[in-house]
Design a protein around this ligand. Structure first.
Ligand code: NDP
Ligand code: 8X3
Length: 245
């Protein structure tokens, strides 16, 4: 009997990452999950028999420690990330911008670089980057997050170019509005403001996004799904949504 394939998911303590972990587990993957809130991570991972490890993708030493004893990785889902604030450029908070770049961009690079040899050895390995429609259309107040997610799109494309001829598939999943802890984090714990983002419309669920990840990962090995953009029916663009009164 062949050994189970291994999927590594960053930011699996909530939202999309947790849903991806559950979906990939159902597909028979063994899981290595990372996030900073270990208690929350274990709540997700224990029912899945996952290997749950502390991970702060903004810290090079944490990434090194997390990746050190991963002996096999067939799939890496670079999901850890998010937005901080919705401030105009003239009111930009540098710490927020630094944190967004460090998490969404540098974190993705650090984990991918560390696991690249084992992904290549998996033959084929698969890197799935969680981008966003914010990486396709800028919006007022979004510049710091837009810049980070546009970077995710660029990095995904460069991965595909640099690894051409090597057995590593590369996919970007770019969702629109998904109801998770994303807005609560963005608005720094202001739950009323976070709830207003989803008022009057049916947003995507984390499970909707996980299904897209799962579909991309389970295609035949010669098929590379480059990107999937998915939005709620009630959303036409980053700034155009239809809300019921
Ligand atoms: P959540 O806030 O629910 O989840 C974010 C996850 O990222 C958490 O598990 C969090 O874990 C983890 N994380 C954050 N910072 C770090 C860090 N420094 N090191 C390790 N893990 C970290 O939001 P979502 O599930 O919605 O977000 C997941 C991804 O989806 C993000 O990249 C986000 O940008 C993207 N996205 C979200 C959309 C949405 O509308 N919700 C739409 C498009 C894209 P912990 O805090 O425990 O470390
Ligand atoms: C999250 C989607 O439109 O709120 O990445 O930026 S959006």
């Amino acid at each position: 009997m062949s050994e189970a394939k291994v999927a590594v998911v960053t930011g699996a303590s909530s939202g999309i990452g947790a849903a991806v972990a559950r979906s990939l587990s159902l597909q028979g993957f063994r899981l290595v999950l990372g996030a900073r809130r270990l208690d929350r991570l274990q709540q997700v991972g224990e029912p899945l028999n996952a290997d749950c490890r502390y991970l702060d993708v903004t810290s090079a030493s944490s990434v090194a420690e997390f990746c050190k004893s991963i002996d096999r990785s067939d799939v890496l889902v670079n999901n850890a990330g998010g937005a901080l604030g919705l401030d105009s450029i003239e009111n930009a908070i540098e710490d927020d911008w630094e944190q967004m770049y460090n998490t969404n961009v540098l974190g993705l690079m650090r984990v991918t670089r560390a696991l690249l040899p084992s992904l290549e050895a998996a033959n084929p390995g698969h890197v799935v980057n969680i981008g966003s429609i914010a990486g396709r259309e800028p919006y007022p107040g979004g510049a710091g997050y837009n810049a980070a997610k546009f970077a995710v799109k660029a990095i995904t494309q460069v991965m595909r170019m640099e690894w051409l001829g090597r057995p590593i598939r590369v996919t970007e999943i770019a969702p629109g509005l998904v109801e998770t802890e994303f807005s609560l984090v963005r608005f720094k714990g202001d739950s009323e403001r976070a709830d207003r983002v989803y008022n009057g419309l049916e947003p995507l669920t984390a499970e909707d996004v996980a299904e897209a990840v799962c579909w991309a990962v389970t295609r035949p090995s010669h098929v590379n799904i480059d990107e999937i953009v998915l939005k709620p029916l009630a959303q036409a663009s980053a700034t155009m949504v239809s809300r019921k009164q």
